[in-house]
Write a protein that binds this ligand. Structure first.
Ligand SMILES: [Zn+2]
Length: 88
Protein backbone atom coordinates (compact mmCIF):
# COMPACT_ATOMS: atom_id res chain seq x y z
CA UNK A 1 0.00 0.00 0.00
CA UNK A 2 1.42 3.37 -0.90
CA UNK A 3 1.96 5.72 2.01
CA UNK A 4 1.48 9.44 1.75
CA UNK A 5 2.49 12.36 3.94
CA UNK A 6 -0.12 14.72 5.34
CA UNK A 7 0.64 18.33 4.37
CA UNK A 8 -0.42 19.53 7.80
CA UNK A 9 0.94 17.24 10.49
CA UNK A 10 3.49 15.46 8.27
CA UNK A 11 2.27 12.06 9.46
CA UNK A 12 2.91 9.29 7.00
CA UNK A 13 -0.32 7.40 6.57
CA UNK A 14 -1.94 4.98 4.23
CA UNK A 15 -3.44 6.67 1.20
CA UNK A 16 -6.95 5.64 2.24
CA UNK A 17 -6.75 7.57 5.53
CA UNK A 18 -5.91 10.79 3.74
CA UNK A 19 -7.84 12.99 1.36
CA UNK A 20 -6.33 13.73 -2.01
CA UNK A 21 -6.57 17.32 -3.11
CA UNK A 22 -6.06 18.41 -6.68
CA UNK A 23 -7.21 21.13 -9.00
CA UNK A 24 -10.26 20.17 -10.98
CA UNK A 25 -11.14 21.15 -14.52
CA UNK A 26 -12.22 24.62 -13.48
CA UNK A 27 -8.91 25.13 -11.71
CA UNK A 28 -10.44 25.06 -8.25
CA UNK A 29 -8.85 23.00 -5.52
CA UNK A 30 -11.12 20.09 -4.71
CA UNK A 31 -11.18 16.72 -3.04
CA UNK A 32 -10.16 14.15 -5.56
CA UNK A 33 -11.75 11.07 -4.06
CA UNK A 34 -11.32 8.78 -7.01
CA UNK A 35 -7.95 10.12 -8.11
CA UNK A 36 -9.46 11.11 -11.44
CA UNK A 37 -8.11 14.65 -11.58
CA UNK A 38 -4.57 13.52 -12.15
CA UNK A 39 -1.92 16.17 -12.26
CA UNK A 40 -0.41 17.55 -9.15
CA UNK A 41 -2.05 16.37 -5.97
CA UNK A 42 -1.59 16.80 -2.27
CA UNK A 43 -2.63 14.58 0.60
CA UNK A 44 -4.00 15.69 3.91
CA UNK A 45 -5.84 14.26 6.94
CA UNK A 46 -9.49 15.29 6.78
CA UNK A 47 -9.07 17.34 9.94
CA UNK A 48 -9.38 21.05 10.48
CA UNK A 49 -6.07 21.24 12.38
CA UNK A 50 -4.16 19.71 9.50
CA UNK A 51 -5.82 21.94 6.92
CA UNK A 52 -5.10 25.05 8.94
CA UNK A 53 -1.54 23.95 9.56
CA UNK A 54 -0.99 23.35 5.88
CA UNK A 55 -2.48 26.73 5.04
CA UNK A 56 -0.31 28.51 7.59
CA UNK A 57 2.84 26.83 6.33
CA UNK A 58 1.84 27.42 2.71
CA UNK A 59 2.22 23.70 2.20
CA UNK A 60 -0.52 23.71 -0.44
CA UNK A 61 1.33 26.31 -2.42
CA UNK A 62 4.48 24.25 -2.37
CA UNK A 63 2.84 20.92 -3.12
CA UNK A 64 0.64 22.24 -5.90
CA UNK A 65 3.03 24.87 -7.24
CA UNK A 66 0.28 27.46 -6.99
CA UNK A 67 -1.06 29.49 -4.11
CA UNK A 68 -4.33 28.59 -2.44
CA UNK A 69 -6.46 31.57 -1.43
CA UNK A 70 -8.40 31.73 1.82
CA UNK A 71 -11.85 31.60 0.16
CA UNK A 72 -10.68 28.62 -1.84
CA UNK A 73 -9.46 26.96 1.32
CA UNK A 74 -12.77 27.59 3.08
CA UNK A 75 -14.71 26.17 0.17
CA UNK A 76 -12.50 23.10 0.23
CA UNK A 77 -12.89 22.61 3.96
CA UNK A 78 -16.67 22.93 3.61
CA UNK A 79 -16.60 20.18 1.00
CA UNK A 80 -14.51 17.88 3.18
CA UNK A 81 -16.79 18.47 6.14
CA UNK A 82 -19.90 17.68 4.12
CA UNK A 83 -18.46 14.55 2.63
CA UNK A 84 -17.38 13.33 6.05
CA UNK A 85 -20.77 14.09 7.56
CA UNK A 86 -22.46 12.06 4.86
CA UNK A 87 -20.39 9.03 5.71
CA UNK A 88 -21.03 8.88 9.43
ZN1 LIG B 1 -2.50 15.47 9.28
Amino acid sequence: MPDRTCLGCRSVLDKSSLVRLARGKDGLLEMDESGKFGGRGAYICPKEECLKDALRKNAFGRALKSAVSLPEFEFLWEGIRKSRAGRI
